[in-house]
Design a binder for this molecule. Sequence first.
Ligand SMILES: [Zn+2]
Length: 384
Amino acid sequence: MKKALKIFFFTIIVVAIFFFGFLPSMIDKSMNKVTSQPPFPKDSVYEAIPFIADLHCDALLWDRDFFEKHNYGHVDLPRMLEANMALQVFTIVSKTPRGINIEHNDDHTDQVALLNFAQLRKPADWFSIKTRALDQCHDLHSFAKESGGKFRVITSKRDLEKYIADRKQNRFITAGMLGVEGAHCLENDINNLDVLYDAGVRYIGLAHFFDNEWAGSAHGVKKGGLTEKGKDLIKKMAEKNMVIDLAHSSQATISDVLKLHSGPVVVSHTGIKGVCDNNRNLTDEQIIEIGKHNGIIGIGLWETAVCGTDAAATAKSIKYVADKIGVDKVGLGSDFDGAIGTHFDVTGLPLIVKALEKEGFNQEDITKIMGGNIRDFFLRNLPN
Ligand SMILES: [Zn+2]
């Protein structure tokens, strides 16, 4: 009997060590892979770009040390500095369904709860999607505090102007902004928009992989448009100068937003049906409407977005958007660390520049596409 009890406790301890000690980083390593491994040399065209920016990464979901250079995953501070990255938007994933796919998902399961449990985040994070989102915001602000001035969080036009001026003096600083994937983390209460705003969130993807109280998802069950509450939400977002992100939104949601909202929108990480025809990518009509709204489209660095696993595939979709609505309305929306394999980690961005040159873009165009457009979009649209 005593022996059986010993074996039982021993097994429990071994399972706990594996579950809490190794499983989170194993999941991170297995999900955030790359096609091409570093190093990626930078040429003079790349070095001359003053402001490199990206509209979407999910690095806050993982409990990797932000200050350490890793040989897995896609984004951390040393690699951002190595890539001469000026601005990365960190988007918050707060709930994803089991068996996630781009066609059809309900909201009955919650894999992020299990991940947060395995990561030994605080118990409130296991149960509240709003708390999870706020804790990820808090993490980014903490990185800034602990970085010794190397990293800052941008939340206003004034912050961004000051940062651009400071970076002219010192290239070895970088910055982040906060966005959200899926308004479900408002927990069905529009007052929580103020809470997210106060935590620094400046854009919100209305839906993620499932339909929610506010809007239909491209990957949901009903794939409906904006609900009545969703219409109130986009009105309130506009009042607060928060930008609407249409990535993952259903066709009906995109139509509703573009009809009801006259201000700019982003599509933070996407592809283009004209190059890569699937359920998560934009039609030509949507691209043209987004252009009329003075929006910006972030092209992805992974296979489902661009139907290819290299920089050339991403550059082809960028060219397609630039030809449709102009070179001023397209940028990068990598989806780094978004539980997907990307072409490379953040240090591989020089390969995008090479591919853009092959597509016929000149240095001025490349400077815009690689970050100038994103910088100017936020200079126009962030709150003062
Ligand atoms: Zn996404």
